[in-house]
Design a protein around this ligand. Structure first.
Ligand code: HEM
Length: 432
C-alpha cells in the first residue's frame, strides 16, 4: 500500500462509496480534474489506483503491458459464462483464439457485413411512421442484436432471434446493478439466477442447433460461425470453444454498439445544426455502402464515443512492481484507466462537455491515448472496425429516411453497470 498516492476525500470505512453512489460519472470527472495523473479510489472491500493521463494509459496497454494483466475480477465474473472467449481468456488460449477469430474481421469480410447492416437498419427504420416517438435505446438494441445475430451466428429465424434476445437481456440483467446480485452465488435459486440459468441453457440450445445445421450444409455462409467451424473441424478448436467465442461476440458486440448508436441519435436530435450537416452529407450520394466516405458522420461517431464511451472504465492488475509519476505501484495493485474522466479532461479537450464533432477535423491534435474508446494494444477491441462501420451505416440509413427531433424526454443518464447504458428510455421523435 502506498499511502502517499492522493485520494479524493472519503469517509472512514466507506471510503469514496457515498460520492460514487451519488454520481459515479461526476465523481470520476472531478477526481481526474482534481487529482490526476495518479490517484487512489477506495470503496468497501476494494481499492484501486487510477492512471488518469494518456501516457500512463499507453504504458499499461502498450509499452509496459507485461507488468499488467486484465483484472481477474472480470474473469471471475464472466469466465463461467464465456470460458475461452476472447474477453475472458488469458495467455496462450487467448493468443490462439485471437488468431483464429481475426479473419472474421478482415476488411474483405466487413464489406459483406456492411450489406447486412444496411439491410437490417433499413428494415428497422421502415417500422417508423412520421411523428412517432421512439425509444432510441430499445430500438438500437434490437437493431444491433439483429445485426450481430446475423453476422456472428448467421441466424435469421424470428423464433431463434427471440430466444437470443431474451437470453441476452437476462444475462445482462444478472450483471446489473453490478453490486448486489453478484454477491449471490449462482447455485442460490433467486429469480434472477433462475432466469439467468434458463437463458444460458436456451442460448446453448440455439447454438448447438445452429452448429448441427451449419455442419449439415457446409459452405452456407461466410460469417464468424463459418470461420470457427472450419477451425473446429480441423481439430484446432473444440465445440465448446466455438460456443464460447460465439457467445462472447454476441455479448461484447451488441450492447456497446447500441449505447453508442443511442447516444449519437440523441446528440443529433438535440443539436439540430450538426444534424442538418450530417443529413446533407448522407443524402448526397445516390446509394451508400461500406465503401462510401462519410467524414462528417464519422466525426459525429468519434465525438459521441468521446463523450459517452460505452466501456467507461478499464481495469487491470499490476503483476510486477512499477513506478509511475513518482509513485511506487507494487505487484497486486488493482489499476483503473478512467476513459470517462480522461475523455472529459479539459487539459486535453476544449469545452470537454460540449458535443463538437469538428474538434476531430485534425485527430492528430490530441496525444495518443487521450481518446481510447476501444482500448489499445494487443487486447484492444477486435470489433472496432465492425462497430464503426455499423454506426456509420446505421446513422446514414436513419438520416437518409428521417430526421430526428428532441422531445422534452430526450435526456438520459448513464448507468454504472458493465457498460454505461442509459438508465431508461431515450425518447426521440422521427420526422419523414
Ligand atoms: C462501440 C462499440 C464498442 C466499444 C466501445 C467496444 C469497446 C471495447 C473495449 C474498450 C475493449 C477492451 C477492453 C479492455 O481492454 O479491458 C473491447 C474488447 C473486445 N471487444 Fe469491443 N467494443 C465495441 C464493439 C464490439 C463489437 C461490435 C464486437 C464484436 C463483434 C466486440 C468484441 C470485442 C471482443 C471480443 C473484445 C475482447 C478482445 C480481446 O481481449 O482480445 N466489440 N471492446
Amino acid at each position: 500500500m502506498n499511502e502517499s498516492i492522493p485520494e479524493p476525500v472519503g469517509l472512514p470505512l466507506l471510503g469514496n462509496a457515498l460520492s460514487i453512489g451519488r454520481d459515479p460519472f461526476g465523481f470520476v470527472e472531478d477526481a481526474v480534474a482534481d487529482h490526476g495523473p495518479v490517484f487512489r479510489v477506495s470503496v468497501p472491500g476494494l481499492s484501486f489506483v487510477c492512471y488518469a493521463e494518456p501516457s500512463l494509459v499507453e504504458r499499461v496497454l502498450v509499452t509496459e503491458r507485461d507488468r499488467y494483466e486484465k483484472d481477474p475480477r472480470e474473469r471471475n465474473l464472466l469466465g463461467p459464462l464465456l470460458g475461452a472467449g476472447l474477453l475472458t481468456a488469458r495467455g496462450e488460449t487467448w493468443e490462439r483464439g485471437r488468431k483464429q477469430v481475426q479473419p472474421a474481421f478482415y476488411p474483405g469480410r466487413l464489406r459483406a457485413y456492411g450489406e447486412v447492416m444496411l439491410e437490417r437498419t433499413d428494415g428497422f427504420v421502415q417500422r417508423w411512421s412520421d411523428g412517432q416517438r421512439v425509444d432510441a435505446y430499445e430500438w438500437a438494441r434490437g437493431l444491433t442484436l439483429s445485426i450481430v445475430g446475423s453476422v456472428v451466428f448467421g441466424v435469421d429465424g424470428v423464433e431463434e432471434m427471440r430466444t437470443i434476445s431474451r437470453a441476452a437481456d437476462a444475462i445482462t440483467g444478472r450483471f446489473e446493478p453490478l453490486s448486489v446480485t453478484l454477491e449471490v452465488p449462482l447455485w442460490v435459486p433467486t429469480p434472477a439466477n433462475r432466469r439467468y440459468r434458463r437463458a444460458v441453457d436456451d442460448l446453448d440450445g440455439v447454438i448447438a442447433d445452429l452448429l448441427d445445421r451449419r455442419r449439415a450444409s457446409p459452405g452456407s455462409g461466410d460469417d464468424l460461425c463459418a470461420t470457427l467451424l472450419a477451425a473446429a473441424d480441423d481439430g484446432a478448436m473444440s465445440d465448446e470453444q466455438v460456443r464460447d467465442h460465439l457467445l462472447t461476440m454476441l455479448l461484447a458486440g451488441h450492447e456497446t454498439t447500441a449505447i453508442a448508436l443511442t447516444c449519437a441519435m440523441a446528440l443529433l436530435a438535440t443539436h439540430p445544426d450538426e444534424q442538418a450537416r450530417v443529413l446533407e452529407e448522407v443524402r448526397e450520394p445516390e446509394t451508400v455502402d461500406a465503401g462510401t466516405a462519410l467524414p462528417r458522420t464519422d466525426r459525429v461517431i468519434r465525438e459521441t464515443l468521446r463523450l459517452y464511451p460505452p466501456t467507461y472504465l478499464l481495469f487491470r492488475q499490476a503483476i510486477a512492481d512499477d513506478e509511475v509519476a513518482g509513485y511506487e505501484i507494487p505487484a497486486g495493485t488493482r489499476i483503473c484507466l478512467p476513459q470517462w474522466g480522461i475523455h472529459r479532461d479539459e487539459r486535453l479537450f476544449d469545452a470537454p462537455r460540449s458535443f463538437r464533432p469538428d474538434r476531430w477535423l485534425d485527430p492528430d491534435a490530441y496525444p495518443d491515448f487521450a481518446y481510447f474508446p476501444f482500448g489499445g494494444g494487443p487486447r484492444a477491441c477486435i470489433g472496432r472496425r465492425f462497430a464503426l462501420l455499423e454506426l456509420r451505416l446505421a446513422l446514414a440509413t436513419i438520416l437518409r429516411t428521417v430526421s430526428l427531433e428532441a422531445t422534452p424526454e430526450t435526456e438520459w443518464s448513464p448507468t454504472p453497470a458493465l457498460t454505461s447504458r442509459p438508465d431508461g428510455p431515450v425518447w426521440v421523435r422521427v420526422r419523414s
